[in-house]
Design a binder for this molecule. Structure first.
Ligand code: SF4
Ligand SMILES: [Zn+2]
Length: 239
């Protein structure tokens, strides 16, 4: 499935002469390509570690989304950076767990960036900008959702009886590599609660509560989210 992406010139990128002039169309097609189509009752961990209302609208109202080149790049650059894993001899690992709910089985999927069995360490790589400034001055990393994500992966790995002693979030930008150790927290109950809340929202057509964060400024559903717009306005006011 391909999505229309808006570029920084506020046009659809495939119709923007500026964007099309210097790069081949294949680049924009690749960025516009949205490969993920999920089977019913299936959820990625990353759907649980983000705003539930956004995830709900992704299923219910994808046509409203204003997808941008910037957003597509933010989503995909982590995937492209899997060459980084390979360069370090790391390998991706897929994990899953089942949440039983009444007569149904809900499947939770995770893709771990890297697991080193010798060091019993799990790594999750995140791209960002100004990593050490964010860490030391702004205190905006590690982000709550990133911590939850790596804790979910560790919880899922432990269910396979694989030892996990250390959890490391690796924030990388074009200047630096900032590894941050995260404490383990058993997320079993949390995963269940997040999955059920999203699942019930989707199946009963009841939008979950919004969770505002820095991400609202980039959210493709900002135009229909009053909580997000209020949050962004307040942020702009502070500047
Ligand atoms: S604007 Fe913010 S609160 Fe609203 S759906 Fe998007 S991420 Fe969630
Ligand atoms: Zn453009």
């Amino acid at each position: 499935m391909s999505k229309d992406l808006y570029c920084r010139h506020n046009r659809q990128v495939l119709e923007c002469p500026e964007c099309m002039r210097l790069l081949p169309v294949s680049v924009w097609h690749e960025l516009s390509w949205e490969g993920r189509t999920l089977a019913p009752n299936t959820y990625y961990v990353t759907m649980l570690t983000s705003c539930p209302l956004l995830q709900y609208w992704d299923v219910k109202k994808p046509e409203v989304a204003k997808d941008t080149v910037e957003g597509a790049w933010a989503k995909k650059r982590g995937y492209y950076l899997h060459y980084f894993d390979k360069a370090f001899g790391w390998h991706e690992l897929s994990v899953h767990s089942i949440v039983k709910y009444r007569s149904q089985e809900l499947l939770v999927l995770g893709r771990i960036d890297a697991y080193n069995p010798q060091l019993q360490t799990l790594y999750e790589i995140k791209t960002t900008a100004w990593a050490s400034w964010q860490l030391e001055k702004r205190k905006s990393i590690p982000r709550k959702y990133d911590i939850q994500q790596v804790q979910c992966y560790a919880t899922m790995l432990k269910a396979y009886r694989l030892p996990v002693k250390r959890l490391v979030l690796v924030y990388i930008d074009y200047l630096e590599i900032c590894p941050i150790e995260v404490k383990f927290e058993n997320r079993t109950a949390w995963i269940r609660q997040r999955v059920l809340s999203l699942h019930n929202g989707i199946t009963r057509d009841k939008p979950p509560e919004p969770e505002t964060s820095w991400f609202c400024t980039k959210c493709p559903y900002l135009s229909i989210c009053s909580a997000g717009r209020e949050y962004v306005q307040a942020l702009n006011h502070k500047k």
